[in-house]
Design a protein around this ligand. Sequence first.
Ligand SMILES: *Cc1c(COP(=O)(O)O)cnc(C)c1O
Length: 351
Amino acid sequence: MSKYWSKKIKDLKPYTPGEQPGEGERLIKINTNENPYPPSTRVAKAIEDEISNLALYPSPCAFEAVKAFADKYNIPVSNVFAGNGSDEVLAFSFMALFDPEKEVLMPDITYSFYTVYCNLYGLKYRQLPLNSDFTIDIQSFISEKGNIVIANPNAPTSVALPIEDIEKIISAHKDDVIIIDEAYIDFGGKSVIELIKKYENLLVIRTLSKSYALAGMRIGFAVGNDVLIEGLNRVKNSFNSYTLDRLAIKAAKAALEDSEYFNEITQKVISTRERIAQILKELDFNVLDSSANFLFVTHKRYNAVYIQSYLRKNRVLVRHFDNERINDYLRISVGTDSDMDTLISLLRKMK
Ligand SMILES: *Cc1c(COP(=O)(O)O)cnc(C)c1O
């Protein structure tokens, strides 16, 4: 701790991302839910063509990225906001739309950045327990008072919530803001983007990091009513006029326009996930029904920390969370078929 830090900084508990190995360390990295495939080849071309324009500032609202997203999902550009990764979009959303007087409701097991933002902004929050099968307790979100943030599919559980249940929650909270973080929606869940026309209090957060294989480019979006989007722009324009650089804007556009490649890699991840889930069950793991690009598993005999360190010794990284309720679970991202086969053969040999 430094005497030069502000009081606020002294009390922060920052988020800890999964391990990123150093250059040259050859590991199978299935710990941070990255896409195992490269981005569309159109991305490389788009970036190359843009390099000669780097002397100039980019569009402050990342217009071409916003337009490509709006076109793909058939919504007006005025309903879309772009940011430097969806983490930034989430951070801006919490600041723009949540107030200290009102609690933020979220599941007890979910993306741990949500509580980090609450602490950063001095927002009170309440974590509503998931049911014992790790589904979201809809009734508690309907009856409790407060603004809401829910990841759908939820992380790190991989479990998706039906659109009808989300709609019940939104209609019970007409005076509150509901944020649905759809980071993993392309791997099997059903998006609530269409509901933004019906509910002015719904904000949907998306990212190109997972399903578009662009985690390294940092591109995220928010989708909602014009008034919510204007709120986000007020925050953004009080921090940084240019949150997406020129290369990211062109990369986003190219990736969003290449639907064929997007569908191909998404389908590959889904079919690998289903194949591996089945094998893990045969190896005595309990595997939650996943709608995401990762599996949330617990073994009937071996404990999670033991399995994680055994795999780490054999150069395979998976994620474990130090949270009482999920202490005996591991989150395993879906890699290529060959990476997953290596994982399986290691698990078969585990003693
Ligand atoms: C990965 C992830 C994000 C962050 O995505 P970026 O766009 O890379 O910042 C947000 N929410 C959830 C639930 C995630 O798992």
